[in-house]
Design a protein around this ligand. Structure first.
Ligand code: DC
Length: 204
């Protein structure tokens, strides 16, 4: 059986944690599609041309080194505006979504472009201030020397670029369920997501 869940939304809204939790709960495979853009962004920081980097991307590169730095996040958001980069990454994501046993993909354009036929679509969001605070705590815990103001500016800059690009901008699909996590604990957000998916899933 293939069953696909699309989870989109801005940085640090809780999509990653919710996606991992959903995948573990239902036994689905999980793909964090942001890692694809981050891996391309890292190559570009190393001097590779973005489209060539996207076309040569391998699944192994997603596992190598720490892709979750603020510098790579900005580079990812910049390469993600290039239509040929996005096009080079489509087949991999669609094949992943069709896996038997179910798949959850999280990103910005999963419900709108990659899997418009997904069985469940969630758009996970939270205020920019709440998201910046979460990201600040995460980066500080990793020893990064950032300030709250820097992180908030970074979140806003990335939101604007991701939402305003002309190819596959970040936006909720018309049939997506909105999940605002600003006032929710991560456990409550995950429980809400699991409930929504359970209602759409054929009885086992
Ligand atoms: O989810 P993330 O923060 O790891 O994503 C990094 C960047 O990659 C994000 O700012 C925009 C881009 N991205 C995208 O354009 N489409 C996706 N499906 C996932 C990420």
């Amino acid at each position: 059986m293939s069953f696909s869940v699309a989870i989109d939304g801005p940085a640090a809204a809780g999509k990653g944690t919710i996606s991992k939790g959903v995948a573990a709960h239902f036994g689905f495979a999980h793909l964090d599609t942001g890692l694809l853009y981050r891996a391309v962004g890292r190559r570009v920081l190393d001097g590779v041309e973005p489209v060539a980097a996207a076309q040569a991307l391998t699944a192994e590169e997603l596992e190598q080194g720490d892709l979750r730095t603020a510098e790579i996040a900005q580079a990812a958001s910049k390469v993600a505006v290039i239509p040929e980069v996005r096009a080079a990454l489509v087949d991999f994501q669609r094949a992943f979504a069709r896996r038997s046993g179910g798949a959850v993909l999280d990103g910005r354009d999963i419900g709108t472009v990659i899997c418009p036929e997904a069985d469940v679509k969630l758009f996970v969001t939270a205020s920019a201030e709440v998201r910046a605070e979460r990201r600040f705590l995460e980066l500080s815990a990793k020893g990064s020397d950032v300030t709250r103001d820097q992180v908030l500016a970074d979140v806003r800059e990335r939101d604007a670029r991701d939402a305003e690009r002309s190819t596959a901008p970040m936006k909720p699909a018309e049939d997506a369920v909105l999940l605002d996590t600003s006032e929710l604990s991560i456990d409550d957000a995950l429980a809400t997501a699991i409930d929504i998916i359970r209602q759409k899933r054929p009885a086992a």
